[in-house]
Ligand binder design. Structure first.
Ligand code: HEM
Length: 730
């Protein structure tokens, strides 16, 4: 099959205007996609007869330079790598579509937000920001959430993160921030981790970072799945309607599966057991037909009313509290197709916050303004010249026409001698563009200002929203934040950096700062010392919101178990009927149930039948699951109790506060935890000795009396109030 697009099929007006569906991009990509063939050819199409032997001067002689087949193959191989992204190198992507729920005509003329009948194809890339291409998925980091909408008016990119604020306020600090975060330049360590001196040195000297630190030290930076994290455009953008009215807008993606995180201990273990955990989760969910979904939300502020917010809407270290400006849900995105080829699609995709469509414009956020320059500039190197918009994944589905020509890797063959405007020679008529009402219009906001290299004092409040975030967390979330600060700062060798950092934290919350400082071998936090430093502004706006439940993940959890993974621990002699019943019930509720044992193959059931084992304790440990079921069966449970891997499995699940359900003899495996977990006789249905531990009679399972409790416990995701979880050594 030809690698070239079929004539008139790509970028043709008929393709662009015909469809009210999301198939346009797929059709376009199909034109570039090839499958396996039965012949082997060179890149010139010459059939190759022997792919095992190079051309040599005799059987034992040297290889001949004239072997163009060998040379071509080796040369291509030697050039198979391109530079990784300078940040957000590690990522994975998927295709899907976006559909508005209602017309947004009141606020924006963007065509893809007008008609609930129109599906717009999208490509999404999720990423971590710190690590290199091969780094582990589950490191503590902000995640990128970049969406390319292939609209009928051109490509629109919403290049966001899973955290609604950013580290810095002005783009000129971005290289410093990234240099401080990345591995230290002398020995290139540590990989994909902020837990080292250079980052905290920078952080302790740049107090505007404090709000973002609260988020990155929270469980938000350990997503359980890309499918279970929120996305945010971060900056304030503008909607422009067809009358030219402008509105400030912040974008949100709300996952239908709720927002969930890993436990820090679990995240570190997964980094070793399955460094691809998050990309595998996305890939497998889509392959299984469990298409991840997010709703698009917007917070809209009338231009002119931003002063009432109490902080500067152009400051990317601030969020708009949802309790102050509610999020309107305006549409849905579904990811329903994996890529055909990671390099061609995920690696070569080029996002850019400056890819806008009519009806959406930037704001003067000084961080966003710098990004507008940075992405294309970086992609010129990464993707080898100015024509990367022609790479299939980057092509728009609507017609592209301009007078740009030539350049490295040019694909399009532009006919004729006219490569300028205005002209009359192209088709005999005068072609001239002198500003029309068609197409993209920059919003004409008036500017009367002097050139100045100075930040507005309205950006000086570095702490009130950090405190707002802290106030809004549950007890467990607060504990996790304090523990994360302690861990990260314990890795910092310079004691004065640790001290500076906790002095700063005292301006967020003194109790937090004391808790962090107590284990770091430094003095008690001193807010006055922080306040004396350069760059520190002892300034707080009189904030209207001091607590906002929307900032806690606990209220974003959702209440279902769709796609959650349940491990069922089995060995020979397992009591199978309750297992079958629970698999049936839990699967119907959307869970993914897997039988785990010490080896693959089958186990014999108590009733003389067989069950097929899906995974082993070693290849799919408890950190890969959301909940555990230990069925009864004397022989099975005796075997599991004698097996370190099985004991460790439940210990670890207990430590990570996951739901565990044990039936009849299965409670003996839980007794290895050392807690008194014996079911009370005469308990009516399910006995719950501590949060999320369910002990039940197998007969009750068969009577259908256990399922709802099990589902409810699992939908709770984590039982942070569980007894003694911290004492478990796993
Ligand atoms: C001035 C600040 C920033 C600069 C200069 C900057 C620059 C860059 C650059 C050069 C890349 C690599 C682009 C490529 O090679 O394709 C990148 C990737 C990325 N940046 Fe930024 N960035 C900044 C701030 C942000 C912020 C605030 C966000 C979130 C709102 C963000 C989100 C992303 C994402 C999601 C990617 C990965 C895109 C992908 O998946 O390909 N960046 N950034």
């Amino acid at each position: 099959m030809s690698l070239l697009p079929k004539r008139n099929a790509v970028n043709s007006r008929s393709t662009a205007s015909s469809a009210k569906s999301n198939q346009d991009k797929k059709v376009q990509l199909d034109n570039f996609t090839v499958g396996a063939t039965s012949t082997l050819t060179s890149n010139q199409g010459i059939q190759i007869a022997d792919n095992h032997n190079s051309l040599r001067a005799g059987e034992n002689g040297p290889t001949l330079l004239e072997d163009f087949i060998l040379r071509e193959k080796i040369t291509h191989f030697g050039h198979e790598r391109i530079p990784e992204r300078v940040v957000n190198a590690r990522g994975c992507g998927a295709h899907g579509y976006f559909k508005p729920y209602k017309s947004m005509v009141q606020y924006t003329s963007a065509a893809f937000l007008q008609d609930p009948e129109i599906e717009t194809p999208v490509f999404v890339r999720f990423s971590s920001s710190l690590g290199s291409l091969g780094s582990a998925d589950t490191v503590r980091d902000v995640r990128g959430f970049a969406v390319k909408f292939y609209t009928q008016e051109g490509n629109y990119d919403l290049v966001g993160n899973n955290i609604p604020v950013f580290y810095i306020q002005d783009a000129i600090k971005f290289p410093d921030l990234v240099h401080a975060l990345k591995p230290e330049p002398h020995h290139e360590m540590p990989q994909a981790s902020s837990a080292h001196d250079t980052f905290w040195d920078f952080a302790s000297l740049v107090p505007e970072i404090t709000h973002m630190l609260m988020w990155t030290m929270s469980d938000r930076s350990l997503p359980r799945s890309f499918r279970m994290m929120e996305g945010f455009g971060v900056h304030t953008f503008r909607f422009i309607n067809s009358q030219g009215d402008a509105f400030f807008v912040k974008f949100h993606w709300k996952p239908k599966l709720g927002v969930h995180a890993l436990d820090w201990d679990e995240a570190q273990k997964i980094a070793g057991k399955d460094p691809d955990f998050l990309r595998r989760d996305l890939w497998e969910s889509i392959e299984m037909g469990n298409y991840p979904e997010w709703e698009l939300g917007v917070q809209i502020v009338d231009v002119g009313r931003e002063e009432e917010l109490g902080f500067d809407i152009l400051d990317a270290t601030k969020l708009l509290p949802e309790s102050q400006i509610p999020v309107q849900i305006i549409g849905k995105m579904v990811l329903n197709r994996n890529v055909e080829n990671f390099f061609s699609e995920t690696e070569q995709v080029a996002f850019h916050p400056g890819n806008l469509v009519p009806g959406i414009d930037f704001s003067n956020d000084p961080l966003l303004q710098g990004r507008l320059f940075s992405y294309t500039d970086s992609q010129l190197t990464r993707l080898g010249g100015p024509n990367f918009h022609e790479i299939p994944i980057n092509r728009s589905i609507c017609p592209v026409h301009n007078f740009q020509r030539a350049g490295l890797n040019r694909q399009t063959i532009n006919k004729g001698r006219v490569a300028y405007e205005p002209n009359t020679l192209a088709n005999g008529l005068e072609f001239r563009l002198d500003g029309t009402s068609q197409g993209f219009q920059s919003h004409p906001n008036p500017i009367a200002a002097s050139k100045i290299r100075r930040r507005n004092s309205s950006f000086n409040d570095h702490f009130s929203q950090a405190t707002l975030f802290w106030n809004s967390q549950s007890i467990a979330e607060k504990d996790h934040i304090a523990a994360a600060f302690r861990f990260e700062l314990s890795k910092v060798e310079a004691a004065d950096i640790r001290q500076r950092m906790v002095d700063n934290l005292a301006h967020v919350d003194l109790k937090l700062a004391l808790k962090v400082a107590s284990s770091l071998g430094i003095n008690a936090p001193d807010p006055k010392a922080a306040a004396g430093r350069l760059g520190f502004h002892d300034y707080r706006v009189s904030t209207k919101v001091i607590e906002d439940s929307a900032l806690s993940m606990m209220v974003r959890g959702g209440n279902n178990i769709k796609t959650r993974r349940l491990a069922i621990l089995v060995a020979d002699g397992v009591d199978a009927p309750p297992v079958r019943r629970l698999i049936q019930d839990m699967t119907a509720a959307g869970a993914v149930c897997k039988l785990v044992s010490w080896q693959l193959g089958t186990v014999n059931t108590q009733g003389g039948k067989q069950l097929v084992v899906d995974h082993t304790f070693a290849n799919m440990p408890s950190v890969m699951f959301d909940a555990v079921l230990v069925p009864g069966g004397d022989e099975s449970v005796t075997a599991l109790c004698g097996l370190g891997e099985a004991v460790h499995f439940v210990l670890e699940a207990y430590k990570h506060c996951k739901t565990i359900c044990a039936l009849n003899e299965g409670t003996r495996l839980l007794a290895t935890l050392g807690f008194n977990l014996h079911p009370e006789k005469n308990s009516d249905l399910v006995y719950v000795p501590t949060a999320g531990i369910l002990l039940a009679d197998a007969q009750k399972v068969l009577d259908g009396q256990v399922t709802q409790d099990f589902i409810a416990a699992m939908a709770h995701h984590r039982h942070w109030d569980r007894l003694n979880a911290i004492a478990v050594p796993a």
